[in-house]
Design a protein around this ligand. Structure first.
Ligand code: CLF
Ligand code: SF4
Length: 492
């Protein structure tokens, strides 16, 4: 996978100047979605609570990292998109197994990661089963990590069934961010997703099971909101089952005070051995996800930058450094050193300001364009908010919508890397074209004439004229040139 933040220098003792230089050419990339508009669309108090959380603020995900520790293996429900051999698919990619840890191991691993990954700002527990059902281990892990690294944000993800039993403890422990997966508010629809739940010492099935789950999820949501905890709702979009229904889910969770709604595509593969995978239930295409997200715009704020990461993920969203921190690679003893995390934060504060100013300038320039269509732009980036990756090296494109109203991040699309050692792979190219459905232009640091011509033949323009610009500035400059207006101040 392309390193969205290839801060190689941050793995070694590093000066603030080196960190700044690294961020200028890496980091992560995009602009405004979900809670991303920063202080303009929320109170300073709220911004303070989300500005370092890579999932709750799209803007923060350029700079900050989360890690998950897989300490909670037990689960109390069955989802049709889950195979218990693997991790909880409500918050992670199905078909991936994490190294399961006890709280002792988890604390050691968090300290080791905090010493190596200065971007780390959040510790999440997202399974591999349910973090609330396996509450004892979740609680012990959070409490012990908090003593060692008090400024690390604690984040929990749950299916919601056991949640109401622990809301008071969650509030007492200063867990400020909780995700509940809610796939339906109609138990008839829920029954197509959940074959059973285990509640009150017995197993429930059918509509009754979904009714119980729904009541507990809504109760948990209300209780968290009443205590001022920020709640994100995850929903898995399952075509033909709950896709259109998620519009109602969005309204319902907004009414209950959810902060953010993350609509994730079902990932369905027979090889994962899930009910949906084995029965041929398909996942949605990127354009179907976008169309649904566009329909719910105006309801609960949307998260569009989720990477459906693993239950033992480490790093900036979109990169996974988990394999660098398996237990067998950790030193015998570890002790926390806050120096590099502190230094990194001071660097980010400056870079962030520059990026925000550039976005404002790009917005003002686009407003001058006049009447022009909205287009999708795919950007090859290895991070830092810049167009800084070769077309052939991209394993993911960040997708933005541009119009005279501005540049808006709308999602990402994963692709197979096209170029290996100077040679383009035919199969990968075909896959990229299919994945970029609906996109009008690809912007990258460099693209060869051959792939450029081939993209143009299928109606996708390609440009490397804005290599290393800030993304919003580069897109705005390209768009303004395309529609006949010369931008005043656009590049950094
Ligand atoms: Fe982890 Fe989830 Fe907390 Fe983030 S992930 S528990 S809120 S710290 Fe984030 Fe990963 Fe998407 Fe989850 S990108 S799968 S939304
Ligand atoms: Fe699997 Fe998570 Fe659903 Fe439990 S809540 S069945 S672990 S996807």
């Amino acid at each position: 996978m392309a390193q969205l933040i290839s801060l190689g220098s941050l793995k070694a003792p590093t000066s603030a100047a080196q960190m700044r230089a690294s961020l200028a050419k890496s980091g992560c990339a995009s602009s405004s979605c979900g809670s991303s508009d920063g202080p303009a669309d929320m109170s300073p108090e709220l911004w303070e609570r989300v500005k370092d959380h890579p999932c709750y603020s799209e803007e923060a995900h350029h700079y900050f990292a989360r890690m998950h520790v897989a300490v909670a293996p037990a689960c109390n429900i069955q989802c049709n998109y889950c195979n218990r051999k693997y991790d909880c698919a409500n918050e992670s990619r199905p078909g991936v197994v994490s190294e399961r840890l006890d709280p002792d191991q988890a604390v050691k691993k968090v300290i080791a990661v905090a010493n190596e990954v200065p971007q780390l700002s959040v510790l999440g527990i997202a399974g591999p089963g349910d973090a609330c059902y396996d509450w004892r281990k979740t609680k012990e892990t959070f409490e012990r990590v908090s003593k060692e690294i008090p400024d690390l944000k604690l984040c929990l993800s749950t299916n919601g069934l056991a949640l109401p039993d622990y809301v008071d403890e969650i509030a007492d422990m200063a867990i400020d961010h909780v995700t509940i997966t809610i796939n339906a508010i109609d138990p008839e629809i829920g029954a197509k997703i959940y074959p059973w739940v285990f509640y009150d010492h017995r197993r429930w099935t059918g509509v009754e099971a979904s009714q119980i789950l729904l009541e507990r999820q809504m109760l948990g949501l209300e209780m968290l909101v009443a205590r001022g905890i920020l709640v994100k709702v995850n929903s898995v979009m399952i075509p033909g089952i709950n896709d259109e229904h998620l519009i109602e889910v969005n309204k319902a969770v907004k009414a209950k005070g959810a902060f953010l709604h993350n609509i994730m595509p079902l990932i369905s593969d027979p090889a994962h051995g899930t009910h949906f995978g084995l029965t041929g239930q398909r996942g949605p295409t990127p354009m179907e996800v976008k169309a649904l997200q566009d329909k719910v715009e105006g309801g609960t704020k949307l998260m569009r930058h989720c990477r459906q990461c693993r239950a033992d993920a480490v790093g900036i969203l979109g990169e996974d450094r988990g394999q660098e921190f398996t237990m067998d690679q950790l030193p015998e003893t570890v002790s926390y050193d806050p120096a590099r995390r502190e230094e990194y934060r001071s660097v980010v504060a400056t870079v962030r300001g520059e990026h925000a100013a550039t976005k404002e300038a790009a917005k003002a320039d686009l407003a001058e364009v006049g009447d022009a269509p909205a287009l999708l732009v795919a950007v090859a980036t290895r991070g830092g908010g810049r167009i800084n990756l070769h077309f052939g090296h991209a394993q993911e494109f960040q997708v933005f919508e541009v119009s005279p109203g501005g540049v808006t991040f709308v999602g990402h699309r994963k692709v197979e890397q096209y170029c290996h050692g100077g040679h383009g792979e035919e199969r990968a190219f075909d896959g990229i074209v299919e994945t970029l459905q609906g996109v009008s232009v690809v912007m990258c640091a460099k693209i060869g004439e051959a792939p450029k011509d081939r993209l143009e033949k299928v109606g996708i323009k390609a440009s490397d004229a804005h290599a290393y610009d800030w993304i919003e500035a580069g897109i705005a400059a390209w768009y303004a040139a395309e529609y006949g207006t010369q931008p005043a101040v656009l590049t950094a």
